[in-house]
Design a protein around this ligand. Structure first.
Ligand code: ADQ
Length: 492
């Protein structure tokens, strides 16, 4: 059966049809219309799941209003829209809330620290208040919409305290949380002023899902050390007078959908165009949001080292680097843009020939339907983040390959995906020489080795696909007992 049927079969009910299934309420910073093709893997996964089960998707509308309606700063207007079986509920943010919650705290503090970049964190005391304010706003707007047996699933670093804010309003629902980015070791977390408040908020959930075993270990070490958590076995912990289930649930992609996209018209056209245009070259590809966690300058230096050390790659190796614009109102992102542009320029200036440009760099997003064609036309993918929760590009590249003549994945050992994908060529992106050598190996890898590595990688991606991920977390949540509330969950 197709994946849609499988998902529906496992859920056991047509959309909205069976009241015995608890309703799912997903909360994330941004929401997407599940009927439209979204750009990212997560939006696609959640959209499909909600499409099959019905439910609510709650989040920020993406709109910043100069003075929120009603005149009270932070009190955003709520919009409700029906999208097939899914109800989309969104809230506007005031300028001040957007600046503090989104730019200041989420992307100025939590993103860098959780990616081990204390040097880039801007610990502005004001921003944490905005972060708390918006989480309270979300809780206030969401709580009245909840039915008693709803299951609530909160996503990502923007909304860590949402669970405790909902509990403070009396919500006794089963509430789960998934962190899409890495969770750093306790000593790095401890650099965040208010880390105890943040982590206590994380412990208000019934299920805490993390991307990797390493992240899970950091979490359990933290709660043991800082909150004397008691290990109840099987991933269950007693902490702050509650019981929670913590687990590593590595996010996957919809392999079937991606493989089908590879055969569709737009991807085929892209593939043919690339093959024709670069018939004499061996293509390497990088597809990333332009973010300092993705290790783009380090990747370019490794590629430059490859050209320097292995003249056999001249006139042949061509790196197509696509970096989509991201968070341009955070200053660290402008710096990385300039550094990358200057490196690409100097590589092309030093090594380029009239008929060969080693780097094709594009600062834009590629339409999702064309991506599989691009991946398939390339011999090597460079997925070399300095730190990454998972990295879905690695899995997309694997899913798009022709198993008879597959490309090679060069993968950073610091991507969450490395735990699951040891058959990739794992590299340390800080090691320019070592990465250059691995790229050279990838370009020269014989067919048989490419095939056997790819087969193993594809099998893992299929086994742990996005449906497995949704199912595992939701089944943990379904099993979670509504907790006896001896003492009410106090507002922290
Ligand atoms: P991201 O940091 O956004 O996600 P990633 O996992 O690579 O990183 O997902 C990016 C998605 O956007 C992929 O589906 C990719 O195809 C697409 N994309 C990226 N650049 C693109 C471009 N230039 N053009 C078109 N599409 C592009 C966060 C965490 C990750 C984690 C995911 C999901 O940082 O570690 O894997 O959430 O949990």
């Amino acid at each position: 059966p197709g994946h849609k049927e499988r998902a529906r079969g496992r859920e056991g009910s047509p959309p909205n049809g069976d009241r015995r299934q608890p309703r799912l309420v997903v909360v994330s910073n941004r929401v997407a219309d599940p009927r439209k093709t979204a750009a990212g893997g997560l939006a696609v996964a959640l959209a499909e799941f909600l499409n099959n089960t019905g439910g609510v998707w709650f989040g920020w509308s993406g709109k910043v209003v100069e003075a929120a309606e009603g005149g009270v700063a932070g009190e955003g207007a709520v919009h409700t829209q029906k999208a097939g079986p899914v109800k989309l509920v969104t809230v506007d943010l005031s300028r001040e809330d957007y600046d503090d919650y989104y730019v200041g705290y989420s992307n100025g503090v939590l993103w860098p620290v959780f990616h081990y970049r204390l040097d880039l964190a801007d610990f502005d005391a004001g921003a944490i208040e905005g972060y708390r304010r918006v989480n309270q706003l979300f809780a206030r707007k969401l709580a009245p919409l909840l039915r008693p047996d709803d299951i609530v699933w909160v996503h990502d670093y923007h909304l860590i305290p949402l669970g405790s804010e909902l509990r403070a309003l009396g919500c006794q629902h089963r509430i789960g949380y998934f962190l899409h980015i890495p969770l750093p070791p306790p000593l790095i977390l401890a650099a965040i002023p208010g880390h105890d408040w943040l982590m206590r908020g994380l412990c208000s959930y019934d299920v805490v899902g993390l991307q990797s075993k390493a992240d899970l270990e950091h979490f359990t070490r933290y709660i043991q050390r800082e909150a004397h958590a008691q290990d109840l076995g099987d991933g269950r912990w007693r902490v702050f007078n509650r019981t929670l289930q913590a687990g590593a649930y590595p996010i996957g992609i919809d392999v079937d959908e991606f493989a089908a996209l590879t055969q569709a018209k737009e991807a085929q056209e892209m593939y043919t165009r690339m093959k024709r245009e670069y018939s004499r070259r061996k293509l390497l590809v990088g597809v990333d949001r332009l973010d300092y966690s993705k290790g783009l300058p380090q990747r370019m230096r490794a590629f430059r080292e490859l050209l320097h050390k292995y003249p056999d790659t001249h006139k042949s190796a061509t790196l197509i680097q696509i970096a989509s614009p991201s968070r341009e109102d955070v200053s660290a992102y402008t710096d990385i843009l300039h550094e990358l542009e200057s490196l690409c320029g100097s590589i092309n200036g030093n090594y380029g020939e009239l008929d060969w440009m080693p780097v094709r760099y594009m600062h834009r997003t590629v339409a999702r339907a064309r991506l599989p064609g691009l991946y398939r036309a390339c011999r090597v993918a460079l997925v070399t983040p300095l730190r990454d929760g998972m990295n879905l590009v690695a899995k997309e590249f694997i899913a798009a390959q022709d198993p008879a003549d597959p490309g090679v994945l060069v993968l950073s050992r610091f991507a969450g995906a490395a735990e699951q994908l040891p058959e990739a060529l794992l590299v340390n992106p800080y090691d320019t020489q070592g990465t250059a050598e691995a790229i050279h190996l990838a370009l020269q890898m014989p067919l048989e080795e490419r095939q056997s590595r790819h087969a193993a990688l594809l099998a893992t991606c299929k086994q742990y696909d996005v449906h497995w991920w949704c199912e595992s977390i939701l089944s943990a949540l379904r099993k979670a007992q509504a907790q006896e509330s001896g003492t009410p969950w106090l507002r922290l």
